[in-house]
Design a protein around this ligand. Sequence first.
Ligand code: AMP
Ligand code: MG
Length: 491
Amino acid sequence: MQTVDQLNFDNTYARLPENFHSRLSPTPLPDPYLVSFNTDAAHLIDLDSEEMTRADFAEYFIGNRLLPGAEPLSMIYAGHQFGQFVPQLGDGRAILLGEIRNRAGELWDVQLKGAGITPYSRQGDGRAVLRSSIREYLCSEAMHGLGIPTSRALCIVGSNAEVYRERIETAAVLTRLAPSHVRFGSFEVFFYRGQHEQIATLADYVITRNFPHLADDMDKYQLFLNEVTQRTAKLMAQWQAVGFSHGVMNTDNMSILGLTFDYGPFGFMENYDPGYICNHSDPGGRYAYDQQPQVGLWNLACLAQALSPLIPAEDIHTVLNNYAPAYHQHYARLMGAKLGLSHTTRDDDNVELITSLLKMMQSSRLDYTNLFRSLGNFNSAADATNAALREQFIDLAAFDAWAAAYRARLQHEAGADSERKMRMDRVNPKFILRNYLAQIAIEKAEQLRDFSEIDRLLNLLVKPFDEQPVMGNYAEPSPEWARQLEVSCSS
Ligand code: AMP
Ligand code: MG
């Protein structure tokens, strides 16, 4: 384990041609204080967690002091935002310090989010507020706990410097880690400019660094697009299965590694509602929950266009045509597992059971997470009434018909009910990051400078499948006061 001065930085992105990035230093913030530190993420870069107690720790992770070996830069990219192409975006408030190869040989980019103005800030102030930093910090670790690929969050450092959003808030810097911060939009910027050589340079960089098994293949670019497509299809299925909505699926927020990242106005659906929109700034529902799988493909088509100078058109079509079947296969498998059903030739029966259950959940306005969790207790005996489950549904006849079909399907599963429950509890989380839980942690932090709730939630959410008999109502749906909470793009 290393101290902050011993971290072994490199920055290969800085070695790419000049028009890939801008070198710059973070802009200092006054009187930084540590808000939260994530020991699990520290291990990813071999950082000794005792380091968080050093007097100068906050200075480093708010950007007032540069970590030895860091070569700070902001990356350029473009992106399709709500369907419109914006030819130039870029890290408007994020600064990449470099990358660390850990003892296990893994590469982790270290990025400060909210570290000040960059050449790509446009009208923005280069800052992030404490509120949104807490949300991203908790959600990225919650997603990791759920087994969903994501950027990771190392720590939050706050400052009392004022930041102007809908109201006056205070600044914070989130340090995040990912094996790459390259986005679909990183390729689009060069395609738009007609800089085809740069597209190849970036593709080669990403392949060598993050897809090394493809590097020597004649068809490496096609295989690369194929792998991004497959990973994205799986990611979308994983989001759908846990009821996660990203909120701003612009191509500049799509990771080339198929990770969940750039958390903004995300939300976990509570009552099952396919049209669920988590982002108050998206009234048309372009990025509604049920749109996500097809938006994933739309975004991949943008990436494919940007890679079109490198890949023959017919190969691009082949790759993109594989998206839908891959998505459906992952979705059927994940949802089948939520019902305790193994992946068999009976996938079609599974889909039927899933679809009819979701329909009933929607009309009875049932909590998506909790209903699936409670389904683990389904008694498959012929004379069982499953009363506790049954009484949650409005249409009892529909439930009885569904329960009979489910019971029949369970006859084909090996093992007793108790074994099935154990399987189901490993895929149906008890704890998700409900907006109101984050809100309570945020208000305590903002008003009282009490950060204990952040740590409590973090500890809970990294083990979302464990029973964890905790004090409090952490597994309960939103209380009445929180139903109207609105989350917008403002962060
Ligand atoms: P987002 O939708 O949050 O991923 O941001 C879209 C673009 O706006 C990215 O290029 C961000 O870097 C930039 N951006 C967002 N917020 C700010 C800010 N406060 N200051 C500067 N740039 C920002
Ligand atoms: Mg973004």
